[in-house]
Design a protein around this ligand. Structure first.
Ligand code: BGC
Length: 739
């Protein structure tokens, strides 16, 4: 399959290889093989550690030994340290090495650095690439001021199995949204010019297919068709690379039996050949050594050989390249040309960042003070948090709540909790800076005493007398806010679950509180879609509040009391039951689909105890008003070079100003391979006053009609397409011919 064809269909710019420079050529000519291996080695920063990162401790050596290794030319880059003072020390040590090649400082800045933003999944719910770009820019400004050049983000793994913990880190289940946010986040992190001191190099990861692990279990095997890889999992990488990202990390997992880290087809033929990637491919943490546990490498030297020959340019944390590349080259098992290619890529990265000209770029103590935790970045974090919230149900217009005249009981383990605002990978954030729900809500009330707060339960275990106190508080209130869900450490890396439900102790609390008879608003905290049950799934109002980071309290309060309208939409489908996983709204058609009218018809596709449906599918979410759709217009025929121009009239049929989310999905009726039953291809937002009507135009580029055909080539197969346009609960259908 021609990668250029895919790139052309997806409208990507070709990624240009770094032109190289006399400086880089000169350095490579002077480097010993040991110095080359050093440039290809990346280690956890023990000079300025941040403490709680996820990774296990592997070969710790302490700050002094690390500084000595840097000066000996055995370290190309450091990661997961923070702060300018320590970085300057490390950089000075690098400049004292024989060739004085500067270090790069990287980190997992996944959703904020010092100021913690909503998890990426939450931010994806905003369906707003411009907002994601703005957020990434703000994060980059702060992170780079703290002595960082490079983030190991964005995660662009399309996530269709909610049991997998790292759903939290990416943009959810949809390909288009993942593509758009990959590009937006790369643009935001990197800014206009990589050489600027506030630019942060981006790393779309993990290449590739990581999220499709068997059973949703972390690090498990990945098997999929190549068409599935190309249609679903590669396009977000292509978009991130097209936006200028110069780094990626290879997946921990295997791909159709060959671990990514040793998979030359994946890391060279596909990554370089099909996607045109010209940057640096880094192993994941210790993943080259893990080739031994995978059972494909005999020993460490073999693991290093497999990794570098596959296309892993940089070894993360294991130290295997330092230890074994010299002998592997000496014995002829690894050609020097391959080592030089990898070194050239790493030096090109350092050159692109301007580090040879200014090794102390982004290491300025004055900028660190000025650009860390500023009111401006906090305001951006709050805006993103507000836009991330999704209102899934609002029976009887229970929300928004009035700021006076009602007694409110805030019940649940997350009501007055600061420890679980941030979720996984809250890099250098300080939980004490977070604003909890109780504080945010109280600040909004005319009479702060109108809020009663009861934990009612622990996160995993009941509290003695907790339910009794919670029920009493509910009875004394006019409305209950039930703050329940997952703890911060229940999603993220290594946190796959077999049951994606609210923990049992909290479910018991929810049942008891609901039985008190007062209207309940669920404030659901999670790092994935959950299978809601009982009183939680039946609650009259449900707000998805994910992990919103530092500004959780104010953002939720703004939406609860109608200062802001909820505008988020689900980036992942909330299933009816865990057993439906993996599931996505754009699943492929079957030979025995169930009819909409009778989803449980015997002999048709469904489970014995659940239909092939979600409780709240991808895109669900509502605001505080209603919209009506009319007059859908689409062209009868669409030819190459054209777009499907869709027009539809949207009217605000409610009583409040609000933002309509208008979306177009298509389905290719007859194709050489089975097609998604529907797939989102365009969306737009429009703010309307009550009674206001406007025509919205959505354009679906011709290339979006393409598929990986049965012969494994990207192409548009001529024929009829269904078209659905929806807003709020309304949907209109039409069709067109792709020719
Ligand atoms: C994760 C990566 C991360 C790396 C460095 C690994 O465990 O899979 O996403 O960038 O650690 O912290």
């Amino acid at each position: 399959m021609a990668g250029s064809a895919q790139a052309a269909l997806l409208g990507l710019l070709p990624v240009r290889a770094h032109a190289g420079s006399a400086r880089i050529d000169g350095l490579i000519a002077r480097m010993t093989i040991a110095e080359k291996a050093g440039q290809l080695s990346c280690f956890n920063d023990e000079i300025r550690p941040v403490g709680a990162v996820f990774n296990p401790v592997v070969d710790p050596r302490g700050a002094d030994a690390m500084l000595a290794d840097i000066t000996a030319g055995r370290v190309g880059m450091l990661f997961n340290g923070y702060g300018v003072a320590g970085a300057r020390k490390a950089q000075a040590a690098a400049l004292r090495s024989r060739l004085g090649i500067p270090l790069i400082f990287a980190a997992d800045v996944i959703h904020g650095c010092r100021t913690i933003f909503p998890i990426p999944l939450a931010e994806a719910a905003a369906f707003d690439p411009a907002l994601s770009e703005r957020a990434a820019r703000a994060v980059a400004e702060e992170a780079s001021a703290g002595g960082l050049h490079w983030t190991f983000a964005p995660v662009v793994d399309v996530a269709r199995d909610q049991r997998w913990g790292r759903v939290a880190e990416g943009a959810g289940e949809d390909v288009l949204l993942n593509r758009q946010l990959a590009a937006a986040r790369v643009r935001g992190f990197q800014g206009k010019d990589l050489r600027r001191a506030d630019s942060l190099l981006a790393t779309p990861k993990h290449f590739a297919g990581y999220s499709a692990v068997r059973g949703g279990m972390e690090y498990a095997a990945v098997d999929m068709s190549l068409a599935e890889l190309r249609e679903t999992y590669l396009p977000p990488f292509a978009a991130g690379f097209g936006a200028g990202a110069l780094a990626t990390i290879a997946s921990f997992t295997d791909f159709n039996g060959v671990p990514a880290t040793a998979n030359r087809w994946l890391l060279t033929d596909v990554l370089r050949g099909e996607l045109g990637f010209a940057g640096v491919c880094v192993s994941d943490y210790d993943a080259d050594r893990e080739l031994i546990a995978h059972g494909v490498a005999a020993d460490e030297a073999d693991a290093a050989r497999l990794a570098i020959l596959a296309g892993v340019d940089v070894s993360m944390q294991s130290g295997l390249y330092n230890k074994h590349l010299p002998a592997l080259v000496e014995s002829g098992k690894v050609p020097m040309a391959r080592v030089d290619e990898a070194v050239r890529r790493v030096l090109a990265l350092k050159e692109a960042l301007g580090l040879f000209d200014d090794p102390f770029r982004s290491l300025d103590a004055v900028a660190e003070k000025k650009r860390t935790a500023t009111p401006a970045i906090r305001a951006t974090a709050r805006e993103v948090a507000t836009r991330s919230i999704v209102l899934l149900r609002n029976a009887g217009d229970l929300l928004p709540l009035p700021v006076k005249g009602k007694k409110i009981a805030l019940i649940g383990p997350f009501g007055a909790d600061k420890a679980n605002l941030n979720g996984p990978w809250s890099f250098a954030g300080d939980a004490r800076d977070g604003i909890d729900l109780a504080t945010g809500i109280r600040a909004m009330l005319a009479d702060p005493a109108a809020l009663a707060v009861e934990a009612g339960s622990g996160i995993h275990a009941p509290l003695a007398g907790g339910i009794e106190r919670a029920v009493a508080a509910a009875k004394a209130a006019d409305v209950v806010l039930l703050a329940i869900g997952e703890a911060g450490d229940m999603s993220g890396e290594g946190n796959s679950r077999t049951e994606i439900t609210v923990p049992a102790a909290q479910q018991a609390l929810a049942e008891a509180v609901a039985a008190a008879g007062k209207p309940v608003v669920v404030l659901l905290r999670s790092g994935r879609a959950l299978a809601l049950e009982g009183a939680v799934s039946d609650a009259p109002a449900i707000l998805c509040t994910w992990f919103l980071g530092e500004q959780t309290g104010p953002a939720v309060a703004d939406v609860l009391f109608g200062v802001r309208e909820p505008t988020g939409r689900l980036p992942v489908s909330f299933p009816l039951a865990t057993g439906q996983q993996p599931w996505s709204y754009d699943r492929r058609s079957t030979g025995r689909p169930a009819a909409d009218a009778d989803p449980m018809e015997p002999g048709r596709s469904h489970w014995r105890d659940a239909p092939d449906r979600a409780l709240f599918p991808f895109g669900s979410g509502q605001g505080y008003t209603r919209f009506a759709l009319a007059e859908l217009q689409a062209p009868a025929r669409v030819a190459k070079g054209e777009a499907v121009q869709v027009r539809v009239a949207v009217t605000n049929a409610g009583l409040r100003r609000g933002e309509a989310f208008v979306r177009a999905d298509i389905h290719d009726r007859i194709a050489s391979r089975t097609r998604p039953v529907r797939q989102m291809k365009a969306y737009a937002r429009i703010a309307l006053d009550p009674g206001e009507r406007r025509v919205v135009t959505l354009a679906i580029p011709y290339a979006e009609l393409a598929l990986v055909a049965a012969d494994n080539q990207w192409r548009v197969e001529p024929g009829a397409f269904d078209l659905w346009v929806s807003a709020g609960g309304e949907e209109l259908h039409s069709q067109f011919e792709g020719v």
